[in-house]
Write a protein of this length. Structure first.
Length: 136
């Protein structure tokens, strides 16, 4: 489900050439457009937009809401690891098996825990539990 169709209270949203970014409390929900090839040049403006919205990324949960099929350049994404590591958590919502390969590459190249969820509500709830001192 795309974020605007959810019951979440979107505080703000921004758009880049390849993505929509929705800001809900301390969650940045990113939806990449179909058939995009996501590399450093595409991810940098997304990270910039999130950093402009939230000054302290250590309190922000990054959620990749994979509603569309796209390709990933994992070697280029790895170049942004230092910025990605600033987020409190990094999670992915997969709808079907199409994004599983991208997730496998992200886990390999970013060398960090990336939690997979089945829907937005589940990912948001997990972040809220983590913020209260619970475990994901």
């Amino acid at each position: 489900m795309k974020t605007p169709q959810s019951n979440l209270k979107i505080a703000n949203e921004q758009h880049t050439d390849i993505a929509s970014i929705y800001f809900v409390e301390n969650f940045a929900i990113v939806e990449i457009m179909a058939n995009t090839i996501l590399g450093k040049n595409g991810l940098t403006p997304i990270l910039d937009a999130i950093e402009n919205e939230y000054k302290d990324l250590s309190k922000v949960h990054y959620i990749s809401n994979r509603t569309e099929v796209y390709c990933l350049k994992p070697v280029e994404i790895k170049e942004l690891k230092d910025r990605i590591d600033l987020f409190r958590s990094y999670s992915v919502i997969l709808y079907g098996k199409a994004g599983k390969t991208n997730l496998d590459f992200e886990r390999m190249f970013l060398n960090k825990p990336i939690i997979k969820y089945h829907n937005l509500e589940e990912a948001i709830l997990a972040g809220q539990v983590q913020d209260r001192g619970g475990f994901l």
